[in-house]
Design a protein around this ligand. Structure first.
Ligand code: MLT
Length: 266
């Protein structure tokens, strides 16, 4: 399905019936990374799964920010007539957007799922790396981003077929989208001051072998959030919903089942 938000075509999938969960993918991936999770939750949960602006089948715009990503998602919830507070689940860049969504749209949040992400603002070295990724993508195409990231994103034990599929997906991401998202991440706010303000149930989850956002980093995030649960997914790198779909979905389902009823959650 697709709609236009702020003049930009946004593709999204709706999976299942029930209470809402918004899934926000990582960089430079697409909503499809959640397809197994959404399918497993479908009997009980309504998953709203966009391709972020500049990714997958959504249109790219050259200037992006965490705020624009977050506002696109709030407008998408309006578009799918979702007025109930939603569980907001974000992986990596999706987690950075989740922090921004929480700051900007608190009344739309029922609970958070933070997967393999970071709370800190960009370091000077990180900023230089983001600029290099953006420039290479615009000059030589998104294959440059896929080449530089594939080994960091997926653990070596991932099946070669799945790995090739996601390499192709990364390489097929719009170069304008890659550059815009890389620069948006570079400009992200420090979310550490937000962590003690998170006043909803929060699942913090990470792949055991994630080298980009390792378990120690995620545990530190969990310890700063009052009502948090911290789970490490064995035998997974940076993208557990793709690398260990069943284990990941079971952890998410267990968290969702224990949420306070929707009417009493705010
Ligand atoms: C992601 O998965 O969104 C990226 O790895 C984020 C990053 O490069 O920090």
């Amino acid at each position: 399905m697709q709609t236009h938000i702020d003049g930009c075509r946004i593709h999204y999938e709706l999976v299942g019936e029930g209470e809402p969960v918004l899934f926000i993918h990582g960089f430079p991936l697409r909503g499809e990374m959640w397809s197994d999770t959404a399918r497993r939750l479908a009997p009980r949960w309504r998953s709203i799964v966009p391709d972020l602006r500049g990714h997958g089948q959504s249109e790219a715009t050259p200037q992006m920010s965490m705020a624009r990503f977050a506002d696109d998602l709030a407008e998408l919830l309006d578009h799918v007539a979702e007025r109930r507070p939603a569980v907001i689940a974000g992986l990596s860049m999706g987690g950075m957007i989740t922090f921004e969504f929480f700051r900007r749209h608190r009344n739309r949040v029922r609970a958070l799922i933070l997967a393999d992400t970071r709370a800190a603002a960009e370091t000077p070295e990180g900023a230089a790396r983001r600029d290099a990724i953006a420039e290479a993508a615009l000059r030589d195409g998104s294959k440059t981003a896929a080449d530089s990231m594939i080994d960091q994103v997926f653990a070596p034990n991932l099946s070669p077929t799945i790995r090739s599929h996601w390499y192709a997906a990364m390489a097929a991401t719009s170069p304008i989208g890659v550059a815009a998202a890389a620069r948006a991440m570079k400009g992200r706010a420090d979310s550490f001051p937000t962590l003690p303000k998170i006043d909803c149930p929060t699942l913090v989850v990470v792949g055991e072998d994630d080298t980009l956002t390792p378990p120690s980093l995620m545990q530190d995030i969990a310890e700063r959030i009052t009502d948090s649960r911290f789970v490490v997914i064995p035998e997974s790198g940076h993208v557990p919903p793709v690398e260990q779909p069943e284990r990941f979905a079971n952890v998410v389902a267990g968290f969702l089942e224990q949420l306070p009823p929707l009417t009493a959650s705010r």
